[in-house]
Write a protein that binds this ligand. Sequence first.
Ligand code: G3P
Ligand code: MG
Length: 263
Amino acid sequence: MSHYPKIIAHRGMSALAPENTMAAFASCIDYGVKCFEFDVDIIGDGSLICIHDDKLDRTTNGKGGYYNLDFSAIRKLDAGKWFDEKYTFERIPELASVIELMNKSQLDANLEIKPCLGGTVLREKLIERIAVALQQLDPKRGLVISSFDAELLLMAGKAMPERRFAGLAPIEPDVPVMEQVQVWLETAEKFKETGATIEALHVENDGLTAQAVAALHEAGYQVRVWTVNDLERAAELAKWGVDAIFTDNAHLFPEADRAVSAF
Ligand code: G3P
Ligand code: MG
């Protein structure tokens, strides 16, 4: 029995390579990490891109938002140099490239749908295009879809009832955590109206308690916690029965833990 929960590389191997790039995802292969998490949004021409922020500034040499851009503008951007010179020319990937990598390298993943701010038409297109893109995923690959955006998650559930889903749960510091657990459980229950089910809650690390983990398990959900970069904290969460953690430091965990799929 491991000291640690299952390991998911958060935004890829994001301590070693620029987050949400093919370099960060492919680095999972080099370190024997089976699972990664990545963020997906849509741009003006309907292309699906992997990026965390709704602005280009932090992780590329571009500026401002991307909802009005087409992929020819996105592919010109450098998404690696900000992290390290050696990643100069790394690009913002399209979802299709990530799916191809998963199939080729037998990696499993959590696709997080960003709370798209591009308006109703782009939001609808985001879900439709994800559903179409995922038709290319090898059915043997483990894939769980999550989102902070409750409306987008419901739309995804309706569009892809056969897929696996997780609720994303930030913890408000000023509200008792057990009250928040009740709201997550009600939201997860309501999600069943889509015809799909939520299998897990992806919960924030700060403010989480053993009692909250027990209540989620009691209700039948797995508990996966983000973002846990400290190995001692990971070991404590394992004692509480936490199923998996999202970490920027997947490479620091024992090889045997990295090789196990959380999905
Ligand atoms: O999906 C887990 C975690 O990635 C959620 O937070 O802001 O890193 O996307 P964020
Ligand atoms: Mg994320």
